[in-house]
Design a protein around this ligand. Structure first.
Ligand code: G4P
Length: 528
């Protein structure tokens, strides 16, 4: 039998909340923070966002659009657990950043809109979870509005997302008749009592389904509840921890985040079921969280979080050992030591200096551009954690500088913003105009606006004919050094100096591959 995990490790839960935009991710996040005691009034996250916007110009586009562009990290305690919640931008255009966040978590909380079911963004994100076999817990939200039949929703999750479902709660009533949930494990009707808006409300649990108080509370819905509980208990798949941990089965909760219905049931069970920090793969071996030596990897870079300091924050997931303030780490890619005295921990946008951190924790390391996405840090061992690959962008724009004197600032801005990983930068082998590649159009606006705000550069993003990006690799023994001379108009270098081709058609990319012996074109690129 293996030794029990150290206490600090066993109590950690590192997870992300994912959803299609508008399903209720922000609302649920806020409720989790509220129940965790990290904030005292729901609405604070949004209110704070608004307050911050008026005093700082941090990502002006976020302010204008009212969408959450960047990924934030929140550490808070709930009961005896230490939760690390990684918020992910729901907007379709930022999915690359979101994908990478999913490499840093041990489980995922998926929010689904009860009226809309499984939506496009959820489907894409779940593909990544499947790739990583991440356990998923599902919250079906907005049961207080017109909702689809719960059984139909479960069926859709099973078919579309390829996971079995085990309901842990069941909605009592729907829409304006939504009265609470039935806890299928505790076999109790959870009736919610009225609460002041924004505050956590009290619950009353009735454990006997035949209790006449249930009839008194919910009238004719009581009979439906009894029938449904009977049906669901008979028909649903039993919970299987192993299948959950492999991402093959998802526990499902119903509720209404805005009304706090079903949220506590979700959170309590989540803390119990979600895995503690898991082993992580490197290119050479698997790193166990209980190993004594420190190791961690960077999954996100964010520039200019504080415009006054022009700093860049590298978000690192601790994978093993213990981080202590002032410790000397090896930056494996550069081979250089780094003494980390000012690592940060976060609660939404508030930061404080980290004294110690454990596997599962996310710490931010301020730096001036030396740290990149997918970099590994250790106490001396030569390790590289495997990252998610970079995906080929699907949309392209040429960057045209309006003031030629600003070439240097433009270069710096583009490189820094693209190194954050939200968009990709391509330098042509012919000509001088940079090309930006992204997965969604909004990203171009974000970059244009950030160039102006943060780097003082006025640049225009013009349409360009490219549709396809492929990275170029060569078989062993093939000399590819003259590739760009053969294909000058198609050859580019990405922000990390990798050779790639940008073409108008897939046909041309295939043709280039065919005409170049020993050459392979791929639509993904390993970061580490
Ligand atoms: P997102 O982060 O996934 O994009 O969604 P968010 O939480 O911002 O929620 C989207 C909208 O849905 C918000 O309304 C929110 O109040 C509402 N909402 C979230 N959960 C529930 C729920 O359980 N029931 C109902 N009826 N509505 C819910 P909004 O009008 O866009 O914003 P707000 O002004 O209400 O904050």
């Amino acid at each position: 039998m293996s030794a029990p995990l150290p206490k600090e490790l066993a109590r950690r839960r590192t997870f992300a909340i994912i959803s299609h935009p508008d399903a209720g991710k922000t609302t649920l996040t806020e409720k989790l923070l509220l129940f965790g005691g990290a904030i005292h009034l729901a609405g604070a996250v949004k209110a704070k966002r608004a307050a911050r916007s008026s005093t700082s110009d941090w990502i002006a586009v976020e302010r204008e659009r009212g969408i959450s562009v960047s990924t934030s990290v929140m550490n808070f305690d709930y009961a005896d657990k230490a939760l690390n919640l990684l918020d992910t931008p729901g907007h379709n255009d930022f999915s690359e950043d979101t994908y990478r966040t999913l490499t840093a978590v041990d489980s995922v909380l998926m929010v689904i809109d009860a009226a809309k079911g499984v939506e496009a963004q959820t489907r894409k994100l779940l593909e990544v979870c499947r790739l990583k076999r991440t356990p998923v817990i599902t919250f079906i939200n907005k049961m207080d509005l017109e909702a689809r039949d719960p059984l139909e929703l479960l069926d859709e999750i099973e078919k579309e997302l390829g996971m079995a479902t085990t309901p842990f709660t069941w909605p009592v009533g729907r829409g304006s008749d939504f009265k609470g949930v039935y806890d299928l494990r505790e076999q109790a009707f959870v009736h919610y009592l009225h609460a002041e808006r924004g505050h956590a409300n009290e619950r009353e649990k009735l454990t006997d389904l035949d209790d006449p108080r249930i009839d008194a509370l919910i009238g004719r819905l009581a009979a439906t509840l009894r029938d449904e509980v009977d049906l669901v208990q008979g028909a649903s798949e039993p919970y299987d921890a192993e299948r959950f941990e492999r991402g093959q089965l998802t526990p499902v909760f119903f509720g209404s985040a805005v009304n706090n219905f079903g949220v506590r049931e979700l959170l309590d069970t989540f803390c119990e079921l979600a895995p503690s920090p898991q082993p992580r793969e490197t290119h050479t071996r698997v790193v166990m969280p209980e190993e004594s030596d420190f190791s961690g990897f960077v999954f996100k870079i964010q520039a200019n979080m504080d415009p006054r300091h022009r700093d860049r924050m590298a978000f690192m997931r601790v994978c093993s050992g213990q981080f202590r303030r002032g410790m000397k780490l090896l930056h494996v890619r550069t081979g250089k030591p780094l003494i980390v005295r000012n690592a940060m921990t976060f609660l939404a946008r508030d930061r404080s200096i980290v004294e110690e951190a454990w596997p599962g924790d996310i710490i931010g390391i301020p730096n001036h551009g030396t740290i990149r996405i997918a970099d590994t840090f250790t106490e001396g061992e030569d390790l590289a954690f495997t990252a998610l690959p970079k995906f080929a962008p699907e949309l392209f724009r040429r960057v045209r500088l309006k003031d030629p004197m600003k070439v240097k600032s433009l270069q710096k801005g583009l490189v820094q913003i693209c190194e954050e990983g939200a968009a990709q930068l391509f330098r042509p082998s012919l000509g001088s105009d940079y090309v930006i590649g992204a997965l969604g159009v909004l990203q171009f606006e974000v970059i244009e606006s950030r160039l102006k705000d943060e780097y003082g550069v006025d640049a225009a993003f013009e349409a360009c004919p490219f549709r396809i990006c492929r990275w170029v690799t060569f078989d062993r023994g093939t000399d590819g050094s003259d590739f760009d001379q053969h294909w000058p108009r198609d050859s580019f270098l990405d922000e990390f100096g990798n050779l790639c081709v940008l073409t108008e058609t897939r046909f041309r990319a295939d043709w280039i591959a065919e005409k170049t012996p020993g050459c392979r074109l791929t639509s993904t690129m390993e970061l580490a």
